[in-house]
Design a protein. Structure first.
Length: 255
């Protein structure tokens, strides 16, 4: 048992030894009609999904690979805000359990010492005006050592154990993420996105810096001004025009 102290998040947990992707399981559960707050956790994913069709390396027993199903009564354009709610929850949980100071790279990468330790993938089931369910996939690299990472990730990714120099309890981490996520989610539903935006900005690294946003259709270069009340990134280009970016990979210039 995880000893959860939450009211509804994770009251039902589907625990799996090995799955292709917890996102895939969660989508199926939504179709079957599960309750709000259901969580899927796996020890291993054989084809973990990242953003933009990438893979997410999810080796056995070394990370937190989970999907959280939320059923807010909101219009679909508000779903990206929930990614930011989840990012704040994960940052706070990592701080609490490791003493590390994680930072967020818009929209959803969590970095420690400049290396990615967590990715968040938010997917939707919705019709045109209502969200049926939001599936928030959270992948945290916890106890991997250097040799557990594929060569191509070594320069950009790390784990909490590597960064803190000690093993971290994955059960405690799940418990902390879920209880913080529940609190923040309730705040979000009651008071809107603004309080979350302020917290999120306090952890963000790219704001105020010159960045390059790689979108599916091209690159946008300029200064990251902040996020809008919708959670969309604003970039001021050299010509002064301000662009809004909904989905992209962010590179800090001079990186
Ligand atoms: C990213 O940064 O590209 C997002 C990575 C999201 C990974 C998590 S692990 C749990 C859930 N299941 C998946 O297949 N992906 C997400």
């Amino acid at each position: 048992s995880l000893g959860l102290k939450t009211a509804f998040l994770g009251r039902t947990i589907h625990y799996e030894e090995s799955v292709s992707s917890t996102q895939k399981i969660a989508h199926r559960l939504v179709t079957d009609g599960v309750s709000d707050g259901t969580v899927v956790v796996a020890e291993e994913q054989t084809s973990g999904k990242g953003r933009m069709d990438r893979q997410w390396h999810s080796p056995k027993y070394s990370g937190v690979w989970m999907s959280v199903i939320l059923k807010p009564n909101l219009p679909p354009p508000r779903a990206p805000q929930l990614t930011l709610v989840a990012a704040v929850a994960v940052v706070q949980a990592i701080e609490e359990l490791t003493g590390l100071m994680p930072q967020i790279k818009w929209p959803n990468d969590i970095l420690v010492g400049g290396k990615k330790v967590t990715g968040i993938l938010t997917e939707l089931q919705a019709d045109s005006d209502r969200i049926k369910a939001v599936i928030i996939g959270i992948g945290i690299n916890v106890n991997q050592q250097y040799e557990d990472f594929p060569e191509e990730l070594l320069h950009t990714a790390s784990s909490l154990a590597i960064e803190s120099g000690k093993p971290i309890s994955r059960a405690s981490l799940i418990q902390s993420v879920l209880s913080r996520l529940e609190k923040l989610y309730i705040t979000y539903l009651q008071n809107g996105f603004h309080p979350i935006k302020l917290l999120w900005e306090s952890y963000a690294i790219s704001i105020g810096k010159n960045i390059i946003a790689r979108t599916l259709t091209g690159e946008i270069k300029g200064k990251a001004l902040g996020i809008t009340e919708d959670g969309v990134l604003m970039i001021e280009q050299e010509d002064g025009a301000v662009r809004q970016v909904y989905s992209a990979d962010i590179l800090l210039e001079n990186d």
